[in-house]
Structure formats: C-alpha cells, structure tokens
Design a protein around this ligand. Sequence first.
Ligand code: SF4
Length: 318
Amino acid sequence: MGILIEARDLRVGYEVGEKVLWAVDRVSFSIEEGEIFGVLGESGCGKTTLALSFLKLLPAETKLEGKLLFESRNVLELQEEDLRRLRGKEIGIIFQEPITSLNPIMRIKEHFLDTIRAHFDILEDEALNIASSTFNAIGIPSSILNFYPFELSHEQAQRVLIALALALKPKLLIIDEPTNALDIVDQAGFLKLIVSLRKSFKLTIVLMTRDLGVVAQTTDRVMVMYAGEVIEIAPTRELFGAPLHPYFKALLFSAPNLDLEDFELRSLEGFPSDPLNPPKGCRFHPRCFEAMDICGMKEPKVYKVSKSRLVKCWKYHG
Ligand code: SF4
C-alpha cells in the first residue's frame, strides 16, 4: 500500500483584521491507501478547516502555506477544472448535520441524477441503476430514492449521503463528526458500516471527530490536534493503551471508563488558547498538569518516540 495523502508543514489561515488566524498550523502527516485514519480534537482545534483543505473548499482569500499532496498532486495548487474533477470523484466528503446537505425540495433520486451525471456522461436509467446498487451495498431500500429529505431519519440521511458519495467511486472519503446527528442506538450500526466500506469499496477513510469512542472503535491510526497543531500521531491501540501526550491523557480521564474499578472522572480545566494570540511555548501549557518551566518559554518539536509514534511535547525530547 502506498501513501494516498501527505501534508507537509500545512498552514491554513484566515485574515482577522490585521492578523492571521492559523486554524491549521504547520501540520505534517501521511495517510496510507486503505487506512481508516482518525483526526481527533475538541471543537475549534482545526479539524473542519483541515477537512475542507483536502478539497480546497476554502474562501479565495484563505492563506495557504506548505503542501497537501493527494497522489503526489498538491491540492493547494490545483486550478478550478482539476478541482472539479477531484471533488466528489476522487475525494468524497460528508459534512456534519447530514439533512442540511440535501436540497429540501428535491427528491433523493434527483440528488443522485445531478451528482452522477455531473461526473459521468450516462443516461438517466444507468445513473439510477448506480444509485440503486449503491443503496443495496449500504443497506438502505431503493424506495428511499423517491423520498424528500424531510421524510428521512438522521440515520437514513447519513446513509443517503454516504451512498451519494460512493456512487462516484472516490478513493478517499472524509466524514466530519460521523455520529453527531445520530441517536445512540443507531451509532454502533453506523460505525460498523463505515468499517465495512473500506473493504467493499476499496476506500481510504478519514474520520474527523471529537468522540473518543468513535476513533477507538473504527480507526487504525489517530492524529490528535490541539489549537491548530498536531500533538500526537499513533496507532489507535497504542494511543489508547499507552497515551503519551498530557492533552490526550486528560481527554481519556474526562470520559467515563467502566472497565476500571477505581476510575475517577476528571475534567480538563481551562479553555483552549486564543487562536489569534496563542501562548508562548507549548500551546497546551496553561492547562497541562505535567508542565515544566521550559514549556511556557519554548515551543517543543514533534519528537519521534518509536517507529509509528510522534508526539509534540517536551517530555519526549531526546
Ligand atoms: Fe505539557 Fe510541557 Fe508537554 Fe506541553 S510540552 S504538553 S506543557 S509537558
């Protein structure tokens, strides 16, 4: 398996008055073909801006630095015509709140016809056949093609959007907060579906989420973000089995763990740093329970602590 996506010192920023708010700041990572890769972090950490960067779905005045390579092409440098081919056909994306991604006055089948025929020169019947077979593959009845969006449950809407994305046979599927709009009873089935898609559609999947359970149950590797930066990248099992970065440890302690008898729930004190004026040194230091003197003075580098793990923290220096 080769590398499908690679970010090198990627920066994505928005102008705010005379300053630039770097929502994604000097981020480097790579994702292999066939991986399910989680991007984990609290609201405002840069996940959604990163998701939009994969398709360059950003306002024209956005500040972009570094590289974001998809199959060796730098997405940040692609022109409109190449981007049109990339969006949907090579990289699919499913946004939060699925219902709002559908046009309320169009039946589901019209969404499919528009989407498929925008990319393939085929007849209506052929397009509808693709829609029906995709519905079949992800376990929803074809009768839903005649529904309007308001007739769908959140779970059905989420599956319809997945089918809409898969009908174009993308190589990469990005799902932003996959379980946000779902009832707890629908979540397990939906996560199972995501895992099964990798094999049945030969997909690489990126899940953007703040939900520890989602990444633990579905992903192969996880990248943890804080205040626009990558602070840890690790195989999922290693991350949860032996967390290294104090921020991720704090996240683990702020979620209930029924497997540990003497587990004590602890909240993470303080607030994420002001993105326009990030603190000097390590951005997490005002909230870190393991902070040392150097942490507030000098920014740590990203240290390679094993073949598969990277951590941005002074504790792992040297
Ligand atoms: Fe905490 Fe220092 Fe590590 Fe930052 S660099 S996470 S403040 S120990």
